[in-house]
Design a protein around this ligand. Structure first.
Ligand code: DAH
Length: 345
């Protein structure tokens, strides 16, 4: 090994063993100081044979430069470690990753519900709620659907043993629609009144892309004197304008629901095409709103005299509307809680 290499190896070993700035100072003195390794090598040059002087001078300078650089690097390392230790002692650790900020958002069903609530509240409606575990009495009977009525077949649901919920209360179901709140509202509120009821409903369904056992509806009910189909159509047009932000033609087809008379299916011109598309199944009409004038029996069950009071009701398929609005092709996405889906809204 040449002198140069020996000195450098010695310097490196000393440096990596150094644990303090004081250690570094003494290494610096030893190698680069007035009487240090480099100074002595330079001082010895005149005593060497002339042929070796040049090389010896270059070697001494290389040691000087390399030791100085290694000293600087080690000094920075030790200073950084000291600073980190100081910060950690403060409870501040610059190496900790900041937490990812997860931003929440409103579920698309909540977004549309809130928009519709604002719209209806601006038209004098109040927003009501009702029980999801409902008495058969309200879900069916008071809505003019007696126990053996065939209309029950279309709304098979989950039957609850009342002994587990409210002993003696009578048969209970997971409500199949938001309509039971119609009678509950009549019983509680003094007429005239206007109300909407957004909420979850349940059915015993064969689940597929367009059927879910749990979905959302929004019921509407207006009770007043002299209510006609004209009032109903006007309210529905206003509703559609609020949802689609433009005027859509509507048409009424007869529809059968035991709690309204007459009952209708209200269709709107397809908001997405003029020629027919997959949403309107080529017909240019989308079926959106079952509705009608409140049946006299239902008024009576709600404690109102049908000779005095009348009203209209509608049952908006909120889940379906949300799907139309955001172009969602499978109803099962809505309630699965998959973040890959939810983060898109
Ligand atoms: N409750 C009905 C259903 O879920 C929908 C409905 C039809 C509601 C007509 C209404 C109405 O208020 O007037 O199938």
């Amino acid at each position: 090994m040449t002198d140069h290499a020996t000195h450098l190896a010695a310097a490196r070993a000393r440096l990596s063993a150094a644990t303090s700035l004081e250690d570094l100072q003494s290494i610096e003195r030893e190698f680069l100081g007035k009487d240090g390794v480099v100074a002595r090598a330079l001082a010895a040059i005149p005593t060497l044979p002339p042929a070796e002087r040049k090389e010896a001078g270059q070697a001494a300078n290389r040691i000087k430069q390399e030791v100085a650089a290694a000293l600087d690097a080690r000094r920075a390392e030790l200073a950084g470690a000291a600073l980190d230790a100081e910060r950690r002692a403060d409870g501040f650790d610059p190496t900790v990753q900041p937490p990812r900020v997860e931003r929440g958002g409103l579920h698309p069903i909540v977004q549309v519900t809130r928009e519709l609530e604002d719209l209806f509240v601006s038209m004098g409606y109040q927003v009501l709620d009702g029980p999801e575990v409902e008495l058969d009495l309200y879900n069916f009977e008071k809505l003019n659907i007696p126990p053996d009525h065939p209309a029950r077949d279309a709304q098979d649901t989950f039957y609850i043993d009342p002994a587990t919920v409210a002993p003696g209360a009578g048969r209970m179901v997971l409500r199949t629609h938001t309509s039971p709140v119609q009678v509950r509202a009549m019983e509680r509120l003094a007429p005239p009144f206007r109300a909407i009821v957004p909420g979850k409903v349940f059915r015993q369904e064969e689940v597929d892309a367009s059927h879910e056992h749990t979905f959302h509806q929004m019921e509407g009910l207006v009770i007043d004197k002299g209510i006609s189909v004209g009032h109903l159509v006007h309210a529905m047009r206003t509703l559609l304008r609020g949802i689609f932000h433009r005027e859509l033609d509507v048409r009424l087809r007869p529809g059968y629901f035991p709690f309204v008379e007459p009952g209708f299916e209200l269709d709107a011109r397809c908001p997405f095409c003029t020629q027919g598309c997959s949403v309107c199944k080529g017909t240019t009409w989308v079926e959106l709103l079952p509705c009608g004038l409140v049946h006299p029996n239902v008024l009576r069950h709600g404690g109102l005299d049908p000779e005095v009071w009348g009203g209209f009701a509608f049952g908006l398929g909120l889940s379906r509307l949300v799907m139309l609005r955001f172009g969602i092709d499978d109803v099962r996405h809505l309630l699965q809680g998959d973040l890959r889906f939810l983060e898109q809204f």
